[in-house]
Design a protein around this ligand. Structure first.
Ligand code: COA
Length: 328
């Protein structure tokens, strides 16, 4: 099959109506709006109710992406749901989404690469389209992280939010589309951000639940430094591979983990802050959903025009990281 580039044909986003503000958190743990704002840039984050779950937001975001891409769900050959907070262990959330959408001819699965999940999925979808394995692919990042957040741990509960973003990919026209992608991991740092219990290593029991072993544990300081270095390096790599420089980029969407991480990556890359997108103030860190939610917001706000170079970068638990350069 011909080596056709893949392009993003449509995007969508969805999140719970429920909002958890810094003022709410002040009543839950010993913290302050001032500390959270100055250390992270976050003011509020969406939080799912007890009756809301991951695939609900994924399906809503996917429907928007499919409609904007003007395709029929039956034409999707691939559905990837990047998530570390699936509806359940079995079946995959990807299959549940596929059924809801009526994408009955698609291979569907979940992809666990934490905050880099969307960029991992984008990379796989790009490869499948380029090699002619499929014509259209749906890549979703969807999380209800609040189920795994310990709301007595002030170092993590202030950071994470719930939501989903989705993108439909298909064959690109002309010289547009995904120019380069890179994905990486280093499992030696697994315990920088992890949930020790709830799987086969420490099975979920009343005792492990009571001990909160299913909650995320994080070494924020270490991750901070790795996130800055990794996102800057992978961005440089995808730019070099496609023969571009940071000054050619019209829009840079880094994973929204912390405003100070975003600022440090932008300064390391030497890109102007005016091209760097941030929505951390009102979403917090939504893990795999962060980049596609931000991308959909940028499209809605008219921040991307045809021919623009769009740079995406992410870093997350695992640890994992990735980058992509797209000619819009
Ligand atoms: N409110 C008030 N004080 C807090 C607090 C909170 N919510 N959370 C932590 N602190 C305190 C700490 O207990 C510590 O107090 P101490 O000095 O008395 O021990 C102090 O603030 C500094 O903590 P530290 O962890 O060094 O703060 P930091 O500047 O590194 O900020 C993070 C913490 C979590 C915001 C920051 O490290 C971060 O964003 N890391 C990356 C996290 C991330 O991106 N994770 C996901 C991977 S994508």
């Amino acid at each position: 099959m011909a080596d056709v580039r893949a392009a993003i044909l449509g995007t969508g986003r969805a999140y719970p109506e429920g909002i958890l503000t810094n003022a709410d958190l002040e009543r839950m743990v010993e913290t302050s709006d001032e500390w959270i704002t100055s250390r992270t840039g976050i003011k509020e984050r969406h939080r799912a109710s007890e009756s809301e779950y991951t695939s609900m937001f994924a399906v809503e975001a996917s429907r928007q992406a499919i409609e904007r891409a003007r395709i029929d769900p039956i034409d999707l050959g691939l559905v990837i749901c990047a998530t570390v907070s699936p509806d359940q262990i079995l079946p995959s959330t990807g299959c549940l989404i596929q059924a809801e959408l009526g994408a009955n001819r698609a291979a569907a699965f979940d992809l666990a690469a934490a905050c880099s999940g969307f960029l991992y999925g984008l990379t796989l979808a790009d490869m499948m389209i380029r090699t002619g394995q499929t014509r259209y692919a749906l890549v979703i990042g969807a999380e209800v992280l609040s189920r795994y957040v310990d709301f007595t741990d002030r170092s993590t509960c202030i950071l994470f939010g719930d939501g989903a973003g989705a993108a439909v990919l298909g064959p690109a026209e002309g010289d547009r589309g995904i120019l380069s992608t890179k994905i990486y991991s280093d499992g030696r740092y697994a315990e920088q951000l992890y949930s020790p219990g709830g799987g086969t290593r420490v099975k979920p029991t009343a005792e492990t639940l009571a001990q909160g072993m299913h909650y995320f544990k994080m070494k924020g300081n270490e991750l901070f430094k790795m996130a800055v270095r990794s996102m800057a390096d992978v961005s440089t790599e995808v730019l070099n591979e496609a023969g571009y420089k940071p000054e050619d980029v019209k829009l840079f969407i880094p994973h929204q983990a912390n405003q100070r991480i975003t600022d440090a990556v932008a300064s390391r890359l030497n890109v102007d802050s005016s091209i760097v997108y941030s929505n951390i103030a009102y979403h917090g860190n939504t893990s795999s959903a962060s980049v596609p939610i931000a991308l959909d917001e940028c499209i809605e706000k008219g921040k991307v025009s045809e021919g623009d170079l769009v740079l995406l970068a992410s870093f997350g638990g695992g640890v994992t990281w990735g980058g992509a350069l797209i000619k819009w």
